[in-house]
Design a protein around this ligand. Structure first.
Ligand code: NAP
Length: 296
């Protein structure tokens, strides 16, 4: 379905014009796919705070956008100038490449002049999707992220923190956990600023921490004992499958095999490149979350 190779001059001109229009006009509409999610709702808030017109999209919105129902996409993107896309469940799944290919086609047909895609660091499937987008001819930026700090405060690990045990197949891997507010600011800059076309912003936090380090930090800030329990991939799969079903378990297990093999044990400068300031550290983000009572 990738029409990148057949995109002609007319399309290139149309997208260039649309891009200029998107930059120039405060009346431009920005759509956010995943608008109720961790990065999406922050991007919506930041854009609205600037007085920009925003269309939040998820399965529950009107119009709705469902990655599993491509017939919903043209209506959702009608009249949209800029687009921020977060893919669910994760770009690591095999069907993501076809989905991103088709999304770009629908976006181009709708006259979207700029696309920003959230991607995952160290994921082969995500890299394929980045390449599809960047080769599409539609002005685009990739924000390639490390693990979110907010996985512990509002994501899949919040209940684990409450229970006091983080059982993960991460061994002694070190991860540069990133603040989702930083990601949202980078995304908004890429959507509204100049000079971001074709860029890949690899965004991470400022320091490498093991999950044992995170557990120690969480214990201190939560005021209750939280420990990291390294588990094997099979044990992890069985535990997730019992809770969330075999498909989610397989996806998370395969993702863990990829990203916890040491490949992501470095910090990157994407936040500084996009915003001209360093990223916030995990302690600062978790301390704020503790004050807000997220684990109460
Ligand atoms: N978590 C991390 O550490 C991390 C790191 C790097 C990259 N990422 C990437 O971040 C993205 C999302 O992660 P997240 O943890 O922020 O997710 P999240 O907070 O759980 O939010 C998911 C969003 O997507 C929507 N959604 C779910 N299923 C959908 C579907 N079938 N069609 C359309 N919308 C759907 C949800 O709204 P509704 O349910 O209302 O539809 C929600 O708005 C993924 O692409 C992941 O690869 C995550």
């Amino acid at each position: 379905m990738n029409t990148a190779s057949t995109t002609g001059t007319a399309n290139a001109t149309a997208t260039a014009n649309a891009s200029a229009a998107a930059t120039a006009s405060a009346a431009a509409t920005t759509a956010v796919i995943g608008a109720t999610g961790k990065t999406g709702r922050r991007v919506v808030d930041l854009l609205e705070h600037r007085g920009l017109r925003v269309r939040g999209l998820a399965r529950s919105t009107t119009p709705g956008f469902d990655w599993d129902a491509p017939e919903s996409w043209p209506r959702a993107l009608q009249g949209v100038d800029r687009l921020y896309a977060t893919y669910s469940p994760d770009l690591a799944v095999p069907e993501s490449a076809a989905a991103i290919t088709h999304l770009v086609d629908v976006a181009r047909d709708a006259g979207v002049g700029r696309i920003v895609l959230l991607s995952g660091r160290g994921e082969d499937g995500a890299r394929r999707c980045e390449d599809i987008l960047l080769a599409s001819g539609v002005p685009a930026t990739v924000v390639r992220s490390s693990w979110f700090v907010q996985n512990f405060t509002e994501g899949m690990l919040r209940d684990a923190v409450r229970s006091g045990v983080l059982a993960l197949p991460a061994g002694g891997a070190r991860e540069p956990f990133i603040d989702v507010d930083d990601i949202a600011e980078v995304v908004v800059e890429a959507l509204t600023g100049e000079g971001h076309e074709g860029r890949v912003y690899e965004v991470t936090g400022p320091e490498l921490l093991t999950f044992a380090d995170m557990a120690a930090l969480l214990s201190e800030l939560h005021g209750r004992d939280v420990r990291y329990l390294p588990v094997g991939f099979d044990e992890f799969h069985a535990a997730v499958a019992a809770d969330a079903g075999p498909e989610v378990a397989t996806m998370l297990t395969e993702l863990s095999r990829e990203v916890f093999d040491g490949r992501n044990e470095s910090v990157a400068s994407g936040v500084f490149e996009a915003l001209g300031r360093p990223p916030r550290d995990a302690r600062t983000v978790l301390a704020q979350a503790a004050l807000a009572g997220v684990w109460a």
